[in-house]
Design a protein around this ligand. Structure first.
Ligand code: SAM
Length: 208
């Protein structure tokens, strides 16, 4: 499978819809974010191991989340769970006049992600090492927050760090959970976008 075929398949399946998300997927080379022994699978639609018991998300899941976030060119985004940086790199491309803050609890992965952003010349991303289960209050509020690890419930701290009219996307439930979308207006609107499987969010607002 090559990138062109994967994108065609994701469009046909209805996961890829908007030009900006398609362009980001075309622009960002997934193989950069994958260890050498796995690179041959870079354009298969599946999660792959990135070391430390963690994974790079499957392209269809990245597409679902990017479409649901409805990012703008100048969005200010928080990602919880950087991994090696694939998803954040695409967000950085879409929100090229905005900024992405991304937090990863495993130091080695955070370091890899920093190197990957540098390699690709991506400058609008700040990588923080630490527990992001209660968000990253020092840079809040964010127009968009999303987690790529699964929490026991939606941490209220994340809703607090979301700006008015902001969108929050978070998998909830251990291993097999539901992808929850929160829209913050004068009231909080919550809906499920369907089932999903993610590694657990480990930390104060996550699993112990
Ligand atoms: N965004 C990544 C990508 O594009 O491939 C996905 C990485 S993986 C599915 C989820 C990541 O969340 C793991 O690297 C894991 O270490 C991290 N993680 C788990 N709990 C966390 C927490 N409380 N704070 C920050 N990162 C966390």
């Amino acid at each position: 499978m090559d990138k062109e075929k994967l994108i065609k398949k994701l469009k046909k399946q209805g996961y890829l819809k908007s030009k900006k998300v398609v362009d980001a997927m075309i622009e960002v080379p997934r193989e950069i974010f994958i260890p050498d022994e796995q690179k041959k699978y870079a354009y298969y639609d599946m999660p792959l191991e990135i070391g430390y018991g963690q994974t790079i998300s499957a392209p269809h899941m990245v597409a679902i989340m990017l479409e649901a976030l409805q990012l703008k060119e100048n969005s200010k985004v928080l990602e919880i769970g950087t991994g090696t940086g694939y998803h954040a790199a695409m967000v950085a491309k879409i929100s090229s006049k905005g900024h992405v803050y991304t937090i990863e609890r495993i130091k080695e992965l955070a370091e890899k992600a920093k190197k990957n952003f540098k390699k690709l010349g991506i400058k609008n991303v700040t990588v923080v090492t630490g527990d992001g289960s209660l968000g990253l209050p020092q840079y809040a509020p964010y127009t968009h927050i999303y987690a790529t690890c699964s929490a026991p419930d939606v941490p209220p701290a994340l809703i607090k760090q979301l700006s008015l009219n902001g969108r929050l996307l978070i998998p909830v439930g251990r291993v097999y959970g539901e992808l929850i979308l929160i829209e913050k207006n004068y009231r909080i609107k919550k809906k499920s976008l369907g089932g999903c499987a993610f590694v657990p969010m480990i930390g104060r607002g996550g699993y112990k």
